[in-house]
Design a protein around this ligand. Structure first.
Ligand SMILES: *Cc1c(COP(=O)(O)O)cnc(C)c1O
Length: 396
């Protein structure tokens, strides 16, 4: 193969059908607030098995709307993981609340439920308001376990499922629970940034089974305004609407939803391809000294050997991570690091966090590298990546 072709860690996959869908919307009567938004919401809700879905401008707007709907304010304390994109924590700060990080599990790198339990049990009920677990890398959080803990302490849950559309874990009855299906989390959010599973450029989605939260999200998405006669205080005629809360313009356009709908039709195929790529990496690195992998959450592994891991990322852990990163770049392989722990960012340090606060997360950060993982990665390109990784670790 041409070794000069750059191989990124993730990229979108756009087909002629996607392009045709966007063009059709450009020729239609609605560029925004038309039929494609509702159609995308309905199809996405059904894809993840949730009752309601609200499409929004991006994943960060989705998180902000969730925090608003759950009435996060300056008295709220919310627990989340430091190994995530900073937006998972920032949504609490947008509403004036306090972010309380907890460390991650050393094997799965998901929020450590034992650490969360220690936190909530050390304080009176009501001290914490909620938890934002993240299906990091596509590895699904066991939300059944987390829900039990949340219920015992009166906490809400926002599942940040940006990495895991189509991911699942098995509950204690052996039932498959899709990420974002709303059975355990109050709200779940997704992003359609080009590196995520489904791309609209910018875009996001909130899913829930809670009708009251759903109604709030619809209002908050569009300035806090409602026109629904059933929810008005007065009614002056056909034009009448009320701004009932301070909302935002976090809407997404019909153009983007047309793309999302088209992409969603290939979501299962893309996910199957990601799982296939992961299997090849796992086989290749299994016996290689110096390369460690991140464990799949135990509840995500089915009795028949199926995996609920959604593989947004394929992460390896190596001692000389910087060396490997630089070596791969020299060979046009653009691996990436997910994530610099959020609590070590200057902004969060200014709020009182320090290096050393979450040693498991920080140790993981020192070793992790996300290898190319996207449906259009060819078998040839993947073999080249594997060869270069092995070449590097064999020489250190
Ligand atoms: C991408 C991402 C977000 C934010 O989504 P945007 O659409 O980029 O705003 C939030 N959380 C996680 C874990 C993400 O990966």
């Amino acid at each position: 193969m041409a070794e000069q072709q750059p191989i990124p860690y993730g990229r979108q996959h756009i087909t002629e059908a996607d392009i045709a869908a966007v063009v059709e919307t450009l020729r239609s009567d609605f560029l925004t607030q038309g039929p494609k938004v509702a159609a995308f919401e309905e199809a996405f809700a059904s894809y993840v098995g949730a009752r309601y879905a609200v499409a929004v401008a991006n994943g960060t707007a989705a998180l902000h709307l969730c925090a608003l709907a759950l009435e996060v304010n300056e008295h709220s304390r919310v627990i989340t993981t430091p190994i995530t994109f900073v937006a998972s924590a920032n949504c609490i700060r947008y509403c004036g609340g306090t972010v309380e990080f907890a460390d991650v599990d050393p094997a799965t790198i998901l929020l450590d439920i034992n650490h969360v339990r220690r936190l909530v049990e050390s304080k009176p009920k009501g001290y914490y308001s909620g938890i934002i677990p993240v299906d990091f890398g596509g590895n699904p959080v066991n939300l059944q376990e987390l829900r039990e803990l949340a219920d015992a302490h009166n906490l809400w849950i926002i599942e940040d499922a940006c990495h895991a559309p189509g991911g699942y874990f098995y509950d204690s009855h052996g039932e498959k629970q899709l990420c974002g299906n709303g059975n355990y989390a109050d709200l779940a959010i997704f992003s359609f940034h080009p590196v995520k599973h489904i791309a609209t450029g910018e875009g996001g989605m909130i899913t829930t089974n809670n009708e009251a939260l759903y109604q709030k999200l619809l209002r908050y998405r569009t300035h806090g305004i409602t026109k629904d006669p059933a929810h008005l205080h007065e009614n002056h005629g056909g034009w009448y609407m009320e701004m009932q809360d301070l909302g935002y313009n976090y809407r997404i356009s019909d153009i983007l939803c047309a793309l999302g709908l088209s992409q969603l039709q290939r979501a299962d195929a893309g996910l199957a391809r990601r799982r296939g790529i992961a299997k090849v990496y796992e086989q290749a690195f299994k016996e290689v000294p110096g390369i460690q992998e991140v464990a799949t959450a135990p509840a995500a592994i089915g009795a028949s050997g199926d995996t609920g891991h959604a593989y947004h990322l394929f992460i390896i852990r190596v001692q000389d991570r910087k060396g490997l990163y630089d070596f791969l770049r020299q060979h046009h392989i653009f691996a990436q690091v997910h994530y610099i722990p959020a609590h070590t960012m200057p902004y969060y340090r200014n709020l009182g966090y320090q290096k050393g606060d979450f040693p498991v997360a920080e140790h993981f950060y020192s070793e992790c590298l996300s290898l190319p993982m996207y449906p259009s990665l060819t078998a040839e390109e993947q073999q080249y990546v594997i060869e270069k990784v092995k070449e590097f670790v064999a020489h250190v």
